[in-house]
Design a protein around this ligand. Structure first.
Ligand code: FMN
Length: 167
């Protein structure tokens, strides 16, 4: 198998967030996609060891923001290279609360989608959460950041817990 074939798949970058029992959590993912339009549903793939996976499961809800082109590596590092287990990723940003009760950061995000959790699929290392969108809005006119731009221009790395990681 030539796994470099997988490099032909294109993605954006998203922050997935949730809150349960007063604990808030967020992580960066490239693996978010709309799966149906009527009703509007999306899926996100979150590593089981990411703190956010358990918070989403407990909350029964999550919110996704689409990272936009104004984001820098510090912002990406905040959500993608640190864990909410011992650090508040929301502390230095403007935070809103979605219709499903998730906190989400409005900075460097061009859109938000709030979801009730419908199904969870065990994908081995990751859990795939399928959500029904109950609230969504555009947050800025900036274009969304692509995974290709992250790799090619920002020279970003892919950490082991990313669904697209390759050793
Ligand atoms: C560019 C990039 C893409 C990522 N994609 C994913 C992904 O699709 N799924 C995932 O579970 N983690 C992904 N990660 C890793 C998580 O963002 C990272 O493990 C994070 O620290 C988890 O935070 P948490 O412990 O607060 O949940 C990605 C990280 C980066 C930098």
């Amino acid at each position: 198998m030539d796994l470099t074939a997988m490099f032909s798949m294109t993605y954006g970058l998203y922050v997935v967030s949730a809150e349960a029992d007063g604990v808030r959590s967020a992580c960066l993912v490239n693996t978010a996609t709309q799966v149906t339009a009527e009703p509007p549903r999306l899926i996100v793939s979150v590593h089981k060891d990411n703190f956010t996976a358990n918070v989403i499961a407990r909350a029964g809800a999550f919110t996704v923001t689409a990272v936009d082109m104004t984001a820098d590596m510090k912002y990406i590092g905040n959500f993608g290279f640190r864990t909410s287990a011992d650090y508040d990723k929301f502390a230095n940003f403007n935070v809103a609360t979605s219709a499903v009760g998730s906190p989400y950061v409005t900075d460097h995000a061009c859109a938000m989608m709030a979801c009730h959790l419908l199904e969870t699929l065990d994908a081995g290392t990751h859990r795939i959460f399928m959500g029904e969108i109950v609230e969504c809005a555009r947050l800025s006119d900036a274009p969304p950041l692509t995974y290709a731009y992250y790799h090619g221009t920002l020279k970003g790395k892919t950490p082991p817990k990313a669904a697209s990681y390759k050793a």
